[in-house]
Ligand binder design. Structure first.
Ligand code: NI
Length: 384
């Protein structure tokens, strides 16, 4: 069967490169994937799949019915692009001003479409059902939740996802057992002091100075109170407060992101942060409000499915192209929400150019994909 699948894939490659280039030149922002969704639905219908549109707002779901095995494998692809002006010169560069497929979701959509096109030709030889989940709004970490609220995980036995990765060479696949990405939560802290004359600090409670103490205390406490083997990254990315240079600020708002890998660590973070912030504020006479909002959990890959993915990858691509990823990323990925409903695994697809000194990272305006990731070693379809 593998050689037949490989022959079909080779046949489909020129069409898939065309699809990917179309998607690349027509990127749409999170939650606005109307044209992308219509295009995806069109391709899926043309290969005979049952297609449902407007699932999870702008998502598309399609099901491929194989043999009698009652199990359903879900394959998830995200479709949204980013508000980044593209700075790569390509014939198929973005036609949308200030919007770019800088995270490779055009590749994810194409790979899932290619999988649907290919597997639909296998008919009954496909044992169970495959449900394709074309998800919107991954970049804003909303799409997976929207899809799940529309019951796309109903009856699913396992779920697969992948992400393009420029630091792995094209044609390779990176797998990781356990945590692949981090949990990402939002933090908001309001510090309420008392205003006063800039020359008379003893008559006021300076919220700016206390905010500085809070940021320092949080960063220092991570190094002294958190298990260094269970990483926590806390970044205060926004700070606002104050009215005039000579007026002591009465309120300061801090906003940030909190990343962690271990569920137990994540569970104790809200209380830990609250205690430190309240302690500092109390010491200096301010009041505080701390809001900790849980975002997406960590992607925790299922060991058995990761093993299966590894076996398939080495059979299809050769052992030398199967790479073990040693460290997780502290980035976030809402694929993790599907894993709350079924076991699954997410792998990384190499899209890096081996003949270039620099492969720009994801979310970079010069991010670029080596399409030969879609091509068997040694093959050349004359499309480069
Ligand atoms: Ni992405």
């Amino acid at each position: 069967m593998l050689s037949q699948i490989q022959a079909l894939a080779a046949e489909l490659t020129p069409r898939l490169i065309e699809i990917r280039r179309h998607l690349h030149s027509h990127p749409e922002l999170s939650g606005q994937e109307y044209k992308t969704a219509a295009y995806v639905a069109g391709v899926l219908s043309s290969c005979g799949l049952r297609v449902q549109e407007l699932v999870g707002k702008t998502g598309v779901v399609a099901e491929l019915k194989g043999g009698d095995d009652p199990r359903i494998l879900a394959i998830r692809a995200d479709m949204d692009a980013l508000p980044i002006p593209e700075r790569v010169e390509l014939d198929f560069a973005s036609t949308q001003l200030g919007i770019m497929h800088a995270c490779g979701h055009d590749v994810h959509t194409t790979v899932a479409l290619g999988t649907a096109m290919l597997l639909s030709q296998l008919g009954e030889r496909l044992p169970g059902k495959i449900r394709f989940l074309f998800q919107p709004a991954e970049e804003t970490a909303q799409g997976a939740r929207w899809m799940i609220e529309d019951d796309v995980m109903e009856g699913v036995s396992a779920v697969l996802g992948m992400h393009a990765y420029p630091s792995l060479p094209a044609r390779s696949i990176g797998i990781r057992y356990g945590a692949l990405t981090a949990a990402a939560d939002d933090l908001e802290i309001l510090i309420i002091g008392e205003s006063g004359h800039g020359a008379r600090p003893h008559e006021a409670v300076d919220a700016i100075w206390i905010a500085a103490q809070v940021v320092t205390a949080l960063q220092q406490s991570i190094s002294r109170t958190q298990n260094p083997l269970h990483p926590v990254v806390l970044t205060v990315g926004q700070i606002s407060g104050g009215r005039a240079p000579n007026v002591i600020a009465d309120t300061v708002k801090l906003s940030g992101t909190v990343r962690s890998l271990h569920p137990e660590t994540r569970n104790h973070l809200p209380q830990w942060i609250e205690t430190i912030v309240a302690g500092v504020c109390h010491t200096y006479g301010a009041k505080c409000e701390v809001v900790y909002r849980r975002g997406v959990p960590s992607v925790l890959n299922d060991p058995a499915l990761t093993e299966l993915t590894a076996r398939c990858a080495s059979e299809a691509l050769g052992d030398e192209n199967l790479l073990l990823i040693h460290e997780p990323s502290l980035g976030a990925e809402d694929f993790s929400l599907y894993l709350e409903h079924a076991p699954g695994t997410m792998f990384r697809l190499g899209v890096g150019f081996t003949d270039r000194a620099v492969n720009y990272p994801l979310h970079h305006p010069k991010f670029e994909v080596d399409e030969s990731a879609d091509r068997r070693r040694g093959g050349d379809y004359g499309l480069r």
